[in-house]
Design a protein around this ligand. Sequence first.
Ligand SMILES: C[S@@+](CC[C@H](N)C(=O)[O-])C[C@H]1O[C@@H](n2cnc3c(N)ncnc32)[C@H](O)[C@@H]1O
Length: 187
Amino acid sequence: MKPLTEQVHDLLSNTALLGETVIDATAGNGHDTLFLAQCVGPRGKVFAIDIQQQAIDQTNLRLTEAGYNHATCIKGSHAEMVRLLPDNLIGKVAAITFNLGYLPGGNKAITTQIETTLLALEVSVQLLKPGGILTILAYTGHPGGKEEANSIFEFANRLPASNFMFQEHSPTPLVINSPRFFVIQRK
Ligand SMILES: C[S@@+](CC[C@H](N)C(=O)[O-])C[C@H]1O[C@@H](n2cnc3c(N)ncnc32)[C@H](O)[C@@H]1O
């Protein structure tokens, strides 16, 4: 089976088309940001957010090495997306990705948190354009990870079915500490 991160990329590539605007809500080491930048090309726009300067630096470095300058890395919490992003993105974003948890190679004590993740998801669903997708990869092996994943599942299930499709693509069978993969698509 393909690694989950590749499955995420496969899905993102369906809507992160050339010229589109997309968001990486957890820039981390910049792998997803770089992938999105490749998908949307220089006429597209990528916004990448992370609370850690180390992640912003890593992501900027990765983009620079690849010769991309159409991605903007923003240091801050995705819970404050509304303040951090341009104000005209409501209903215009083709793909948004969240890869939760801690920064690989960084401080494992700094992880995404239920409250801020849910605030960011509330905004993200409003940013999606019709047909746009939101992918969320949630890890359950660190403290708070399982509860975060369960809250996301509940959040996604509460979205109005008239406007959104929600699917869980987690590996089966779900075993202890399995990562969970959620996909929300705006109709
Ligand atoms: C698993 S890593 C992301 C991996 C990344 N997508 C990549 O391709 O390398 C999770 C990231 O979420 C970041 N993070 C934690 N809380 C955050 C928040 N409230 N807002 C934005 N980023 C946050 C962490 O700093 C960490 O870099």
